[in-house]
Design a protein around this ligand. Structure first.
Ligand SMILES: Cc1cc2nc3c(=O)[nH]c(=O)nc-3n(C[C@H](O)[C@H](O)[C@H](O)COP(=O)(O)O)c2cc1C
Length: 308
């Protein structure tokens, strides 16, 4: 998630072994092929914090967004050279600017293009995995069978479906999981289907799996509410035990997040709490916790214009 996976949150998640792999935020490919150095810079946040780290590097799947197949392929080749494990094609971003420019979710209106792009990426980078991120449609979920037929034709290694359509943004969709269950039936079995959307707890993940039969999940916002979400889900799947986390554990996580705030991103006022840390603290501890209240008060105080 752009803006959240950047910086030291990813480093902290890796230090604590809370993620098994990364899918990067989208890398926009519009007018040219980004330089290798620039691409390596984009991958740096997802590499282990120190070269001396004992754990093996995590697989990184680089996500690309654009509408020009040759440029996408050339960028994918550079990323493969930089060591990524996979290339994911973004056909899901609902941002109005992105869609107006014909990228992200706009590609859902062109199933044949999605097929051709996936086939071309496979040919350009046979050594890495190829996948696609989808929403249920550009205008309506009725588009989904045609989109999935095109994806099935291209036979990527996996596809990820966020069950909402582009105009549904993040609104409530009562039959969202039914769409996922149908998608699993429509997509050929050899294409693994990962589900996205509203997975905030291990209980959600288990119910989603039981009701839809998808092959995997890719939670996003849930990690900012519970950084242990993925390991909690893994524990629940393997032991039927649903972990909980104490206030002490949550405080330690927050303090570590705060202590490791990068020096190259100094705060204008060092007494303020960085926004991402405060947001996570609100989710973990609740708005009324003294640690949160004190920092919110300080921020609010700083925002009040000085009297004239
Ligand atoms: C701030 C933000 C940034 C996101 N950036 C990306 C992105 O770069 N690529 C992508 O495929 N999805 C992106 N997403 C979508 C999420 O990956 C996910 O599919 C969606 O939020 C639904 O899952 P969730 O309910 O678990 O968050 C982003 C979502 C948010 C909230």
């Amino acid at each position: 998630m752009e803006g959240i996976t950047a910086g030291n949150f990813c480093q902290l998640m890796m230090r604590r072994q809370l993620v098994p792999a990364w899918i990067t935020p989208f890398i926009r490919v519009s007018t040219g092929v980004p330089r290798l150095a620039r691409l390596k810079e984009r991958l740096a946040a997802f590499r282990h914090p120190s070269p001396a780290a004992t754990a093996p590097p995590l697989p990184i799947i680089a996500q690309l967004m654009g509408d020009n197949i040759p440029l996408l392929c050339a960028t994918a080749q550079r990323l493969a050279e930089a060591g990524v494990a996979g290339i994911d094609l973004n056909c899901a971003c609902p941002s109005p600017i992105v869609v107006r420019h014909g990228s992200g979710g706009a590609r859902l209106a062109h199933p044949k293009w999605i097929r051709d792009a996936l086939v071309a990426l496979r040919q350009a980078c046979p050594q890495v995995g190829i996948s696609v991120k989808l929403r249920a449609g550009l205008h309506s979920a009725n588009e989904l069978p045609t989109i999935l037929a095109a994806v099935g034709d291209a036979s990527p290694d996996w596809a990820c479906l966020h069950f909402r359509t582009v105009p549904e943004l993040y609104h409530d969709v009562p039959n969202g999981w039914e769409r996922l269950a149908q998608a699993r039936e429509w997509l050929p079995a050899q294409v693994r289907l990962f589900a996205a959307g509203d997975i905030f707890s291990a209980e959600d993940a288990q119910r989603l799996y039981q009701q839809t039969g998808v092959d995997g999940i890719t939670p996003a916002r849930g990690l900012m509410r519970n950084p242990w979400l993925l390991t909690d889900i893994q524990t629940a799947c393997t032991t039927s035990f649903f972990p909980t986390h104490t206030i002490g554990e949550k405080m330690l996580f927050l303090l570590e997040f705060q202590d490791s705030w990068p020096m190259d991103r100094p705060l204008r006022n060092p007494t303020l709490c960085p926004g991402p840390i405060l947001e996570l603290a609100k989710n973990l501890l609740g708005m009324c916790h003294p640690w949160v209240m004190e920092r919110m008060t300080r921020s609010t105080r700083q925002c009040v214009p000085a009297p004239v």
